[in-house]
Design a protein around this ligand. Structure first.
Ligand SMILES: [Zn+2]
Length: 246
């Protein structure tokens, strides 16, 4: 059985190039795509509302374009359509993550956290529930008892952009599962059990558990537009996007 993939991006989220060894190649893993399993990876797999990275794995056997990255049972599967001769177990390869795609996802993902911070600072009393940080469909959802005020979107947008303009260097730290409730302001009940626990701080001293990728300083998010705030039953959805051309 293949052992767990070491998730390099957890501690080195700015590193987009590196080396790894091939552990296994599964010829027909999904939708006609092969899966390359490595001892360690820089590629972010789909999860936590953030889309997967894309990029390339290069070795003597050629270049493997990574079209999709999935995490299952501790193992990262890099999916793509290999050229004539796929990699073999033991091959040394170099990894190259598509930096433009990663950067966009990191900006959207960090913006999602900053909406949480804005909601908190405004004292709205909403509890974070879930989020999607993908281009064209980014939104965070909260549990809320009261119907949002008509100006909620404008207030959140103003506070959020105030934080971004101020700037803050983001921090990550691996912590134990036991330590988490003492260190995080909020611990979601759907925290994955097969990944290390990482505390992320994007503003102030309050941390939150998150395995996604973030910008180094929140200024890099750039201006964010709140598209709408919608209430449905006891949930509030805040949809957002990055200002065009930023
Ligand atoms: Zn995050």
């Amino acid at each position: 059985m293949t052992s767990s993939t070491l998730l390099l991006y957890m501690e080195q989220q700015a590193v987009l190039e590196g080396e790894a060894a091939v552990l296994e190649v599964v010829p027909d893993f999904k939708d006609g795509m092969a899966a390359v399993v490595l001892g360690r990876t820089l590629f972010y797999p789909q999860g936590g509302g953030q889309p997967f990275d894309q990029g390339w794995i290069k070795g003597e056997a050629g270049r493997f374009q990574v079209e999709e990255v999935r995490f299952q049972g501790g193992i990262v599967h890099h999916l793509g359509r290999p050229a004539a001769r796929p990699f073999q177990a033991g091959d040394a390869v170099t990894l190259q993550v598509d930096g433009e795609r990663r950067r966009l996802h990191s900006r959207l993902h960090t913006a999602g956290h900053l909406i949480d911070e804005a909601v908190w600072n405004l004292g709205l009393g909403w509890q974070p529930a879930k989020g999607v940080h993908a281009p064209g469909q980014s939104a965070v959802e909260y549990r809320a008892d009261a119907v949002p005020a008509p100006d909620a979107a404008a207030l959140i947008e103003a506070e959020l952009n105030r934080l971004i303009r101020h700037g803050f260097p983001t921090r990550t730290e691996l912590v134990s599962r036991e330590e988490l409730p003492k260190r995080a302001r909020f611990v979601p009940d759907n925290l994955p059990l097969d990944k290390p626990v990482r505390l992320v701080t994007v503003w102030d001293e309050r941390g939150l558990p998150c395995g996604g990728t973030h910008v180094a300083d929140i200024r890099e998010v750039g201006p964010v537009i709140i598209r709408y705030v919608k209430a449905r039953k006891n949930m509030v959805k805040v949809a957002y996007e990055l200002e065009a051309g930023t």
